[in-house]
Design a protein around this ligand. Structure first.
Ligand code: SF4
Length: 379
């Protein structure tokens, strides 16, 4: 019987000197056996030779953060993190690195390098969004280029850094709607609030990409707390799970950019999330474009406001973990029509249904959500 051994290697930096598998799965096929080995390193060649002729395929991980057996992280909630860090008041980005090092077995330099790569991807998205995007099956056209022109000409109201944030948020949303490259931070629908706010504010402040990466790491740690306790899925929690999480994460990131303290970053995150509770998901014409565009801008604006409030010592009153739990409780009472089903809110307005009918995708095929929405309206 021929055998195939598949080794999943999860860390290219490791040399093949020792080997310990996480999991071995035997797949019996008609005339073959497939042995699947999951591990942090590839199976060393010296261990394969005695097994005779094998067909070996080595697959690198899809996700950049490897999983492994007996994984332990230092904290999974904000309260845990505060207990762990105590009175040290370590900046949130450093705590994020501590988490990522435990989670992914990375060095500090590797963590910062990975996030810096992400920042570079995001900056390219922003530039391509402003330059102009097109896509047949979308309901909004390219708008951020005009905003950029008017901003440059001084023809917009003075919003300070907020105008650059609006520009960057909307340009990323346009890239997303044209199937361009974005980073779902934390989701595709809410992909723009966090990076738009961080990169625009960093440029206004003259910060480099390493500082941007640190701010994004701080945001990521807030995201860990949300994902662990609850969800980012609008189908579960409405837009408070997407846009609310994005605002919460962005607020902590902006405090980090301003060299605020750990507790100020958490306070900003709490305040920003508090203002997003109850936000429904009701995409117009069943596309993730509007009101998503405005909601991303609102999330970023809210984040900026809460970051400055936290830096000035405003009191969030409710600890972050409790705010996340409150959002979860709200979502449990939220009707399904308001949780990304296109059955409620703006999604079922006559104009939304009309726009959807005109879209290429709707013309090509029967579109169940549109039919559902029409039926729902007539009840
Ligand atoms: S409205 Fe719905 S689809 Fe749009 S960003 Fe919010 S959760 Fe995502």
């Amino acid at each position: 019987m021929a055998a195939t051994l598949v080794a999943f290697r999860n860390d290219s930096a490791k040399a093949e000197t020792t080997f310990s598998e996480d999991k071995v799965i035997i797949h019996e096929l008609a005339d073959k056996q497939l042995t699947q080995v999951k591990a942090a390193t590839f199976v060393p060649s010296v261990l394969l030779v005695p097994l005779g002729p094998l067909s070996v395929k080595k697959l690198s991980p899809v996700l950049p953060v490897p999983s492994r057996k007996n994984l332990q992280v230092p904290f999974t909630s904000c309260a845990d993190m505060l207990a762990h860090d105590g009175a040290q008041n370590t900046p949130l980005w450093q705590l994020a690195i501590e988490y990522e090092r435990a989670r992914g077995n990375f060095t500090e330099e590797e963590v910062i390098a990975k996030m810096t790569d992400i920042v570079r991807i995001l900056r390219k998205s922003i530039a391509s969004g402003i330059a102009g995007t097109s896509y047949e099956d979308r309901v909004l056209h390219h708008q951020s280029g005009r905003f950029a022109e008017m901003m440059k000409a001084g023809r917009l109201l003075d919003g300070g850094a907020l105008n650059r944030i609006i520009l960057y948020v909307t340009s990323i949303m346009e890239v997303k709607s044209s199937m361009g490259v974005i980073v779902a931070a934390p989701t595709a629908g809410a992909c723009a609030a966090l990076p738009g706010a961080v990169i625009a504010m960093s440029e206004e402040m003259g910060k480099d990409e390493t500082e941007m990466a640190k701010a994004m790491l701080a945001a990521g740690l807030i995201g860990v707390f949300i994902a662990t306790r609850w969800t980012f899925a609008a189908e579960v929690g409405g837009c408070q799970a997407e846009g609310g999480s994005a605002a919460c994460m962005a607020a902590a990131a902006l405090v980090t950019l301003a060299d605020g303290t750990r507790d100020q970053a958490i306070a900003a995150a709490s305040m920003a999330f508090q203002s997003m509770l109850g936000l429904i998901c009701d995409p117009i014409a069943n596309r993730v474009e509007a009101p998503c565009l405005g909601k991303n801008v609102m999330a970023a604006s809210n984040a900026l406001s809460c970051a400055n409030m936290a830096l000035a010592g405003y009191d969030p009153l409710i600890p972050l973990d409790e705010v996340i739990d409150a959002a979860k409780a709200v979502s449990e009472r939220m009707p399904r029509e308001h949780r990304c089903t296109s059955l409620g809110g703006l999604a079922v307005t006559p104009t939304s249904l009309e726009i959807e009918k005109r879209q290429p995708r709707s013309r090509r095929q029967s579109h169940a959500p549109a039919a559902d929405a029409a039926a729902h309206r007539s009840r």
